[in-house]
Structure formats: C-alpha cells, structure tokens
Design a binder for this molecule. Structure first.
Ligand SMILES: [Zn+2]
Length: 405
C-alpha cells in the first residue's frame, strides 16, 4: 500500500497556454499548447489540449493564445543598457532598471556588456555586476574591451584601449567572481593568442571583434580557442574576395557562433540573410547591442565615457569624440522584440529566428538545459507576439511580466 496520501501525490493544477503558434526546435506547432508547472514547462504538444495530464484532478487555468506566436524567451548576449540607464555607468539600481527594461521587451535572459574603460573602472563595474548576476538579475558579464583594435574601435573609447595583458585579464576575471561569460578580443594585437588560451582555460567564451585582423590571423585565433564573433561585419575589416577578413574566416568555421545586429541600421537585410545561410541554423545569434537610449526619445546619451547623439533612433558618436571616431554608429536603440521582428521581415524562417534569438545564445552561455527553447523541463520563459510579430506579453520563470509592446 502506498503510504503517501492521495492529496500529496496530486501535482499542482498548473496552467495551460492553448491555441497559439508554438515555435519549438522541431518546428511550429499550429495550434500548439504548453502546460506549465510552477516556473517550468511541464509539456508541449500540438493540436487541441484536451488531454488531462495524469494525476490531475482539477482543471488547469487556461490562457487562449489563438492567432498569436509563442516563442522562447529571448537571450540577449550583447547589451549595454536600455530604458535610459545602462550597465556601463551609474549605480546598481541603474543596471537593474536596464535589465528590467529589456525583460519587459522579451529578453528573459540578459548578459550585461561593458565597454572599454580604465582597468580600475572595469574592475569596479565587474564587482557590481557580479552581485547582480548572483541575484539572477543578469545572466553574466560580457567584456567588450579593452583589448580591441584602435583601427576598428567604433564607439569604444580609444584612450583606454590596451594590448592583451594576462595580469589585467586575471584581475577582471577575479572581480567578476565566475560571472564573466564572454570577452571580445582583437586577435591581431600582440599577446592575443596567449590571452585567448588563458580565457578559454578560465571557462570564458572568447569572441573575435573590433578587429582589423586578416582571415588567417582570425582563423589562428579560432585554433587558439575563440568560438564566437562579436557583431559580425560591424567593427571589423570588411569582407573582401581576396582578403575575407574576420567575417569570412569566422563564417567559415563550424565551431564559431556569429552575432548579428538585425536592427535595420547596422546591417543590410541581404547581409543578415547571407550570414544566416553561411552560418546555418545552429550558429547565428541575434543581439541588440543596445545602449541606454533604447526605448527612449532622440537626444544625447552616454555609452561608457563616450557621448552619443540619437537621431531618428540611430545612435552615433557625438562630435566631441576623438578625431576620426565622431559619427560612428554607437550601439543600437533596439530591443530583442524589435530585432526578432526585423529578422522575420528580412526573410529568415521563424524557427531559425527563434533559434538565433534564444536557443543558440542560451547554448553559448551554457544555459541550454535551463532556457532558450519551448521544451519540457526548461524554465517557463516565453514571449507572445501578434501575427505581425509585435510583442504582446512576456513570461519569465512562469510569471507574466508587464510587457511594453
Ligand atoms: Zn557592444
């Protein structure tokens, strides 16, 4: 005889999302259903959800999502801020608000990206962000700088760029207390191969970016352990048929995941399609590279130490920047919901867009067994969009957030 009373054996009633076009790694279930248990996805299926789960004696609460797309919650690997505040400056409250802004716009997992700054400043930011990562506010830290090329620095402050330095890396890595997930490096700089190997040994994903490297130097960096591309095509030597540069080399290597900023500003739609075709469905990563101005009116903002003017939603370095850098595109004002909508409009299949916005970046972070797909056992992180891919609702860890379409 079973000593456990019947009431204790009955699982909680859970909730059911029905009628939507549910985007899973295996394809679109139309209609599909998702059963939630607490903060997890208990089951996903196609058709009408009439089946009563075993042991369930009460009906689950049902949410009808007919006519809507249901996508996995987005995972933004590269974002500096949004909603008027940033991860790159200001107190912890500002960083919390930036993360919250992006969560409400569909990014249920957010990595905080820092930009080039003096070493002591980066250390202090890493300490502060590591605390937020410990609380689950952000998923980790991305260091975009200071080991980057002056020739391709974009909106990175050229005064604080540095040659790869193992001791400096160790200090930053220690300050981040295990939460440094990604570091962007220009592989042509002296000492880069040693730093790439040290970072990989430390468990940090090495991204190639802000680089003037040749294809051969880039490929050698991949041999040394680099596995990721920071905003492919932007901030790097352009693709040329006799010198394919970093973009050609990175797309050519199966072990490299490639970020693209599909905000309608940084890349022509044809380049997004080209990258998607070349990388295939398992290697493309959609990012925002958003700065504080995301979701805000045009005006003047900061990206780290750099002044940025936003006009017509496009962020460019202000005229006060160092000679030669004024006017460079400086991050974006995008949200992941907007980037996903653009990628669909650019012609990418919706299953590939969901992989690039959620599944692949979750895998890059080592979180593929927790989030990034609508699959049994993963966190109930999901996004609901209307037929035109406008954001309608966001659920994180089983709770609906106050979405801002
Ligand atoms: Zn960036």
């Amino acid at each position: 005889m079973d000593p456990v009373p019947a009431a204790a054996r009955t699982p909680p009633p859970g909730r059911l999302l029905t009628g939507g076009r549910v985007v899973t790694p295996e394809g679109v279930l139309n209609p599909g259903w998702i059963r939630l248990a607490g903060n997890l996805i208990a089951a996903v299926g196609s058709g009408e959800a009439t089946e009563q789960p075993p042991g369930l004696c009460t009906s689950p609460a049902v949410t009808d999502l007919s006519g809507q797309w249901v996508l996995p919650g987005f995972v933004d690997l590269h974002v500096h801020g949004g909603g008027g505040t940033s991860f790159t400056q200001g107190p912890a409250g500002d960083a919390r608000r930036a993360a919250e802004f992006h969560r409400r716009h569909g990014s249920t997992t957010v990595v905080a990206s820092l930009v080039t700054a003096p070493l002591a400043d980066l250390e202090a930011r890493a300490v502060m962000l590591a605390r937020l990562a410990g609380e689950g506010v952000i998923a980790g830290i991305h260091l975009e700088g200071p080991f980057l090329s002056a020739a391709r620095c974009g909106a990175q402050d050229p005064r604080h760029l540095a040659a790869p330095d193992l001791a400096a890396f160790e200090r930053l890595h220690a300050a981040a207390e295990g939460h440094l997930h990604v570091i962007t490096i220009a592989p042509e700089l002296p000492g880069a191969p040693g730093l790439i190997k040290a970072a990989v040994r430390a468990g940090v994903t090495v991204a190639v970016g802000h680089t003037d490297a040749t294809a051969d130097v880039t490929s050698a960096a991949v041999d040394a352990g680099a596995t990721h591309a920071t905003h492919l095509f932007n901030g790097m030597r352009p693709l040329h048929h006799r010198e394919p540069g970093p973009a050609g080399a990175l797309l050519n290597r199966d072990e490299v995941t490639c970020e693209v900023i599909a905000d309608g500003v940084h890349l022509h739609d044809a380049m997004i399609r080209l990258a998607a075709r070349a990388a295939g469905p398992g290697r493309l990563v959609l990012i925002t590279d958003a700065m504080a101005a995301a979701g805000m009116p045009d005006g003047s903002y900061r990206l780290g130490s750099m002044l940025v003017d936003v006009a017509g939603g496009v962020a460019r370095l202000a005229g006060q920047g160092e000679a030669g850098t004024a006017g460079a595109i400086a991050g974006s004002t995008a949200t992941m919901a907007g980037v996903v909508r653009n990628a669909v409009a650019a012609g990418l299949p919706v299953t590939e867009v969901a992989a690039a916005a959620s599944t692949i970046p979750a895998r890059v972070l080592g979180l593929g067994d927790r989030t990034g797909a609508l699959r049994q056992g993963l966190d109930a992180d999901l996004v609901v969009c209307d037929q035109d891919f406008r954001l309608r609702a966001v659920m994180r860890h089983g709770e609906w957030l106050d979405a801002s379409p």
